[in-house]
Design a binder for this molecule. Structure first.
Ligand code: PLP
Length: 368
């Protein structure tokens, strides 16, 4: 039996007619860039979060850059970023001229450690980039309080946390602005690159939109120089179709996660993911800690099971950040996790027998 890490084809098959109709309409109307479908998706996504403004963009990296830039973060400023994330979270900080300040992860929930944040806040700290990794939200109460106390901006990176919640409050509604990615493999994925920004602040909404549209809110009236980052009509129309199914798909992910937990609970060689109390984990990833991780991964691969590691090298230890001179002891939790974390297949269409195969093979590996 084959168990892929994600199966985008299976999801497409389940909504093929709706997607084809949407694509045909976009092409029929030649609404390729901007236009009706993009406006509709922006309104739907803002409304789904109870937020005032959604600004579509080309991807979920541009959105971080645009937010940081339009908040006036730049040279002399520091932005706090978790040591475990995708590089977009940190490279965009450098791109605006600010300095990346990495914090360790929480050893239980794998998101950023609020105690390390508290230690690293200083007078240059301008913003905290709260990355809700794997679908699990950060300790938003603690982080929000620190931001208020110290007058620091709170920005969310929700690329892995579509419709995750903390005390019933959705990811993307906590800070001054939030960044979303609709990369195909994300929980809400387009059929190409796409991203968006959510904010409740009208002046910031206008600024980010203007900057992402060559500095012009009205065609040819360039008030400033900007960049070109926009969502195309095909992606917007597809995302509108998928938005209708996202809650059902998220429920499926949660069901799969609960089944993994129930079936693997007795296995002593692994540590299962824990959900932060009062939150809704949306399982973009289902990450276990496993003894002999690399051999397990190899063994599973031979049984037709694809797994992955998110991420093999924590950000501070990448060549790109060698200039910061970090050593493992600077980030003890992420250093302890890096050789043990393993992401198991999880996607809404994962079949019960596929999931059982994964569980049985993990058990078989440790019985060997
Ligand atoms: C995927 C991802 C991004 C970047 O999104 P793109 O749309 O691929 O640019 C940013 N941050 C995190 C945490 C991500 O997982």
């Amino acid at each position: 039996m084959q168990v892929p890490f994600v199966d985008l084809k299976a999801q497409y098959s389940s909504i093929q007619d709706e997607v084809s109709a949407a694509i045909n309409t976009v092409i029929d109307e030649s609404a390729f860039i901007g236009g009706r479908f993009v406006n509709v998706f922006e309104q739907e996504f803002a409304a789904a979060h109870g937020m005032g403004h959604c600004i579509s963009a080309g991807n979920g990296t541009d959105t971080l850059y645009v937010i940081l830039k339009m908040l006036g973060i730049g040279p002399g400023d520091e932005v706090i970023v978790p040591a475990n994330s995708w590089i977009s979270s940190s490279e965009t900080v450098t791109q605006v001229g600010a300095r990346v300040c990495f914090v360790d992860v929480d050893p239980v929930y794998y998101s950023m450690d609020e105690k390390d944040i508290a230690r690293k806040i200083n007078r240059r700290t301008k913003a905290i980039l709260a990355v809700h990794l794997q679908g699990q939200m950060c300790n938003m109460e603690a982080i929000q309080e620190m931001c208020t106390t110290h007058g620091i901006l709170l920005i969310e990176d929700c690329a892995q946390s579509h419709f995750s919640r903390y005390h019933k409050k959705l990811a993307g509604t906590w800070g001054i602005a939030a960044s979303f990615s609709f990369y195909p493999g994300k929980n809400l994925g387009a059929y190409g690159d796409a991203g968006c920004i959510l904010t409740d602040q009208e002046d910031l909404a206008l600024k980010v939109r203007r900057f992402a549209r060559h500095g012009a809110l009205i065609k040819h009236r360039h008030e400033i120089e900007g960049i070109n980052s926009r969502m195309d009509g095909l992606q917007a129309a597809i995302l509108s179709v998928k938005l209708k199914h996202i809650h059902r798909w998220t429920e499926k992910r949660i069901e799969h996660a609960e089944r993994y937990v129930a079936m693997l609970r007795e296995e002593e060689e692994i540590v299962l993911p824990q959900v932060r109390p009062g939150t809704r984990h949306t399982y973009h990833l289902f990450v276990i800690r496993a003894r002999k991780r690399d051999s397990l991964m190899q063994f599973l691969k031979m049984q037709g099971i694809e797994t992955a590691v998110h991420y093999p090298t924590p950000l501070p230890f990448l060549d790109a950040y060698r200039y910061l001179g970090h050593v493992q002891a600077d980030f003890p939790s992420v250093s302890a996790l890096r050789d043990e974390i393993l992401s198991l297949p999880i996607f809404p269409e994962l079949a019960q027998d596929q999931l059982e195969h994964v569980v049985e093979q993990i058990k078989a590996f440790y019985r060997k």
